[in-house]
Write a protein of this length. Structure first.
Length: 490
């Protein structure tokens, strides 16, 4: 009688007590308790994954419930056999109680197995779980089976709905974890492909992959790679523009404003405002190259002022050159400055047209009068025959004026002679433009031209050209040679 009463009491109270224990959600258990009757090896201590943090409380509480039921129902994994009935009249009661207790015991066994599965997830790291996705799938299947068993035995177990709710909640959590793991696997593949594209210098592709294919919340690692890819994408485009824009084939390009240079300088300044320092993972060399490129573009922009300095204004040209020197031009820029200087200096010595004077002139040594026209030596060579250039051509061609040979010294007009010599000296200077000696000689020649022309005009001649400006320009070059010489000789 005693054992039957205990059996009936526990048979009716055990499911209710177990479910009460399962439904306790505020309990805190620091150390999981092993399931009775099962041999469980001590798990390795690894950090609990964030995704499983909420499951840990369920696992601990479920183990407490399992332990309690184990103690109440003897050992769930051992065949439960009731003691013999002493009084035959109690046998029908015992027979009716046994199925209910067997159902409860079987549910306990099923639940304990699921607890073990979920405990495995908690003891492992996320990486291991993702590599062993089959474990997660198995646990999901077993939870589904347990839920079905709970539903099928709802008539036999008191308050089975509470157990079903608990199973459903755990099933949803594990399924959610599975989705997160699948997302993690996808994102690892996305990151790997983006990283490969970055290493292959396919920066557009890397940005597109991370922007379009990454799932869920972004990580610091993803943001770092994308920023580096965008940096390289923009930087390489600027470096290509620098290579094209700073490749100057001819110094004549400096004579007209180059709109591409200021625009490129602005874009580079915006880039360095956005990226004061190279981002993590980006090439520091690229930053250095672009900063050198910006300095070079600024020098080129400043150098455009040199050809537009008014010709022959040496002081203003040197002032512009000094501003460029403060920008620290490189060797290539200095060589360009030398070429620009040569071009500007030689343009300051413009080519001149030789006057079309088909006559000669001479001065009568006795009278001091100017004679301009045709001079012919008379037969015998003792005198000159002179035909004035302004005498009508219809006049008698034999009506020459006669002059003793020693009174005249016919020669070409001085402006015509000077222009012809000027052109020759200019060509000579072009070949030797970077020496002070050549400029000194040229200045002296121009001074001599002016002296001859002045004498000619004083006696009534008319000069068509002048060399005063060119002579003064050459003299200014000589005067400022100490400052010009380092620029010219590059």
């Amino acid at each position: 009688m005693g054992w039957m009463r205990v059996l009936l009491i526990f048979g009716s109270m055990a499911p209710l007590a177990a479910l009460t224990a399962w439904s306790v959600r505020d309990a805190v258990v620091s150390v999981p308790v092993a399931v009775a009757g099962a041999s469980v090896a001590a798990p390795e201590k690894v950090p609990t994954p964030p995704e499983l943090a909420t499951l840990k409380v369920d696992v601990d509480q479920d183990e407490r419930a399992a332990k309690w039921l184990n103690e109440q129902l003897v050992r769930p994994y051992e065949k439960w056999t009731p003691p013999p009935v002493a009084n035959a009249r109690w046998k029908p009661v015992a027979d009716a109680a046994v199925p209910k207790l067997e159902n409860t015991r079987q549910l306990l066994i099923d639940w304990t197995e699921v607890v073990r599965d979920t405990e495995t997830f908690e003891r492992a790291s996320i990486d291991v779980l993702e590599q062993e996705g089959a474990n997660l799938e198995t646990a999901t299947e077993r939870l589904e089976g347990l839920r079905q068993k709970v539903e099928s035995k709802a008539n036999d177990v008191t308050r089975a709905a509470a157990l079903s709710e608990l199973v459903d909640r755990r099933l949803v959590r594990i399924q959610d974890l599975g989705k997160r793991m699948a997302t993690g696997r996808t994102n690892r593949d996305v990151f790997k492909r983006a990283e490969q594209a970055f290493k292959a210098a396919q920066y557009d592709q890397a940005v597109r992959i991370l922007s379009a294919e990454w799932l869920g919340a972004r990580t610091a690692e993803v943001d770092t790679l994308e920023v580096a890819a965008r940096y390289h994408k923009d930087a390489e485009a600027l470096r290509l523009r620098l290579s094209q824009a700073t490749r100057v084939a001819d110094v004549k390009a400096f004579r007209e404003p180059m709109a591409a240079w200021p625009e490129l300088a602005r874009d580079l300044e915006v880039f360095f405002t956005k990226y004061p320092e190279p981002p993590v993972g980006a090439s520091a060399t690229l930053d250095t190259d672009l900063r050198k490129g910006l300095s070079k573009v600024r020098v080129l922009i400043a150098m455009q002022d040199l050809p537009r300095v008014p010709l022959k204004n040496v002081a203003q040209w040197l002032s512009a050159a000094r501003r460029i020197g403060q920008l620290s031009p490189d060797d290539e820029a200095r060589s360009l400055m030398a070429e620009i200087a040569k071009d500007w200096l030689l343009r300051g010595l413009a080519a001149k047209t030789i006057p079309e004077k088909d006559y000669k002139y001479s001065v009568d040594s006795q009278r001091g009068s100017l004679l301009e026209g045709e001079f012919i030596t008379a037969p015998g060579g003792g005198s000159w025959r002179f035909w004035p250039r302004n005498k009508p051509s219809a006049s008698n061609p034999n009506a020459y004026e006669s002059y003793p040979l020693n009174r005249l010294e016919p020669r070409e007009p001085p402006d015509k002679l000077a222009t012809r010599d000027y052109q020759a000296q200019r060509q000579k200077l072009e070949a030797d433009w970077s020496t002070q000696r050549a400029w000194q000689e040229f200045a002296r020649r121009c001074e001599r031209y002016e002296q001859e022309i002045e004498k000619y005009t004083k006696i009534g001649g008319q000069a068509d050209v002048t060399f005063a400006a060119e002579g003064q320009f050459a003299a200014d070059v000589v005067k400022n040679w100490e400052e010009l010489e380092p620029i010219l000789n590059r």
